[in-house]
Ligand binder design. Structure first.
Ligand code: SF4
Length: 101
């Protein structure tokens, strides 16, 4: 699902006049299956550059921060890269490191 589609599906998504991502979802989308990680990084860097000059960035960030983590779109949104969370419980070593830090 592209960001444009997702924004149209989610109720309560704000109007973001001047949004630099409109019509450029191909830069913002999460990595596709088998997509070269270097190509993903390059297009995400382009997307982050657009976010940094976006007149709707403040409203976008405010909207994004209200979404529960599970409902946040993947890919570049609001000037950050939102990557999928690993499925299942964290590894014991990772969970232990998070508890002790
Ligand atoms: S900050 Fe980025 S994701 Fe948000 S509306 Fe602007 S270009 Fe789109």
């Amino acid at each position: 699902m592209t960001l444009d589609n997702l924004l149209s599906v989610i109720g309560g998504a704000p109007a973001l006049p001047g949004a630099r991502c409109r019509g450029r979802h191909h830069l913002f989308d999460d990595a596709g299956p088998g997509e070269d990680p270097e190509a993903v990084e390059q297009r995400h860097n382009q997307a982050l550059g657009l976010c940094s000059r976006c007149p709707a960035a403040d409203r976008c960030r405010a909207w994004f921060s209200t979404l529960p983590a599970r409902q946040r779109p993947l890919g570049v949104v609001a000037g950050r890269v939102n990557t999928p969370r690993p499925v299942g419980r964290p590894r014991q070593t990772q969970a232990a490191a998070e508890v002790t830090s």
